[in-house]
Design a protein around this ligand. Structure first.
Ligand code: OMD
Ligand code: FE2
Length: 442
């Protein structure tokens, strides 16, 4: 497979800033002092992309102005195409209240060529993109680049977590390379195209309600967790490419549609605004944790949150479990046993997860739905209750993450059956837990 040489990548730094970017070959492509002059510099078309209602409060208002060779509207009509394994039909299967764990999802075989969009498969979700409320969790597993083809999501924002293989992503705002242990967010309505140089796999969290923001820090203070300066947005880049059949694949109300046009949609010469894609390297996360006792809730590891209208309750949080020191005294250090009014979907990028060293593998996943009990397996519990509590590094060389949502998640037919990855033995990891209490009282 071809190596992708994207050596000239530059990024703008900061979370949610008002950015302005011009392709160096076309200085002054952004109009001075106004958005819509009678004629834009270089005869470009002017187009606004709104990520919030025009009238959204200033603090949350999101929009960008794109100065492009042709406006997005110049395309042939959309036609319905096969949805593949993408779905928002949450009633196809009976609800499954068990603890669920999936073995690693297959990488595509060499005989089959499949690109990012073709490979997207929905695992679980809830809600309805039409009423702008809900989430969907997908996986992708692809081995070829999208050629003369872009994807656009009308339904919500994508948070993409590569697990294997770097994603080389062209967007209307510029190019970004997103390697495993990095994540990116591509918001509602933005066209993008994914190139890969090896069999590549990862997870996608889609939110219908709102955009991702940084969590409030409260008493932590002004710094910590994911720091705003570490978020990177592409600089303007364009290709002036005429194509016989450039395809736009649109996800619209949970269904896929295709239209074509005679030019690449990556034709934005300059843009400005605060509605733009970004990436983030999880290594930059500044973890905060106890230096005294007890296990702090995993919300301390929130990288990004998509808030609901209920205070403090997320449509979806993106939480990581990064390498760190564990120093708590007189404490059962691993995650506690618990039941949660939120659903917890977990994935593993590399290494292993402290609460389950066996069975939960990179490229696999687990789901503990609303109020479904879960916690450490037998080995983890035994070690944690007997080990000498010295300061230790935990999760070294590993990275796991959680998509936590206030919604009850329906599991798709593909996830439940067709993918054949559901681990029917998962429940066994707790069956050897012993009644140590009665042993004492005899
Ligand atoms: O279930 C899990 O493994 C995730 C998790 C981790 C943790 O440290 C505390 C609570 C929690 O749900
Ligand atoms: Fe949990």
């Amino acid at each position: 497979m071809n190596k992708i040489e994207w050596t000239d990548l530059k990024y703008l730094s900061g979370f949610g800033n008002e950015f302005a970017s011009e392709t160096p070959s076309h200085p002054n492509a952004l109009p001075k002092g106004q958005n819509t002059p009678q004629k834009a510099p270089y005869n470009l078309y002017m187009e606004q992309l709104s990520g919030t209602a025009f009238t959204a409060p200033r603090e949350t208002n999101k929009r960008s102005w794109l100065y492009r060779i042709l406006p997005s509207v110049k395309h042939f009509p959309f036609k319905k195409i096969d949805n593949g394994l993408v779905t928002h039909n949450w009633n196809d299967e009976e609800p499954n209240p068990n603890q669920l764990r999936w073995k690693p999802f297959d990488l595509p075989s060499n005989e089959k060529q499949v690109d990012f969009v073709q490979s997207m498969a929905t695992l679980c979700g809830a809600g309805d993109a039409r009423i702008r409320h809900g989430v969907a969790i997908h996986v992708y597993s692809c081995n070829v680049s999208m050629v003369d083809k872009a994807f656009c999501n009308s339904d919500g924002d994508f948070l993409i977590v590569p697990q294997k293989g770097c994603l080389f992503i062209k967007t209307e705002f510029g190019k970004m390379a997103v390697a495993p242990n990095e994540i990116c967010v591509i918001q509602n309505g933005m066209r993008f195209s994914v190139e890969v140089e090896e069999a590549s796999r990862g997870y996608i969290l889609e939110v219908f309600d709102n955009h991702f923001v940084l969590p409030n820090l409260g008493p932590i203070g002004a710094n910590g967790l994911a720091n705003p300066r570490d978020f990177q947005t592409p600089v303007a880049w364009f290709e002036n490419v005429k194509a016989i059949h450039f395809k736009i694949i649109l996800k619209f109300q949970g269904n896929l549609f295709e239209s074509h046009q005679d030019h690449s949609c990556f034709n934005v010469v300059a843009w400005h605004g605060n509605y733009a894609p970004f990436k983030y390297n999880l290594e930059n996360f500044m973890a905060i944790n106890t230096v005294t006792f007890d296990h702090a809730d995993p919300s301390i590891f929130t990288v990004l949150t998509c808030p609901s209208l209920k205070p403090g309750t997320a449509i979806a949080d993106f939480v990581i479990f990064p390498p760190r020191w564990s120093v708590a005294e007189n404490t059962f250090r691993p995650p506690y046993y618990h039941r949660n009014c939120m659903s917890e979907f977990m994935g593993l990028i590399k290494g292993n997860y402290e609460a389950k060293k066996e069975g939960f593998q990179p490229g696999g996943a687990s789901l503990h739905n609303l109020m479904i009990p879960h916690g450490p397996d037998f080995d983890c519990h035994r070690n944690a209750t007997t080990e000498e509590l010295k300061p230790v590094r935990v999760a070294d060389g590993t990275m796991s993450f959680m998509f936590e949502t206030c919604l009850g998640l329906a599991v798709t037919k593909w996830a439940n059956k067709t993918c054949e990855k559901l681990d029917g033995e998962y429940y066994k990891c707790w069956q050897t837990l012993e009644d140590n209490f009665s042993k004492l009282s005899v």
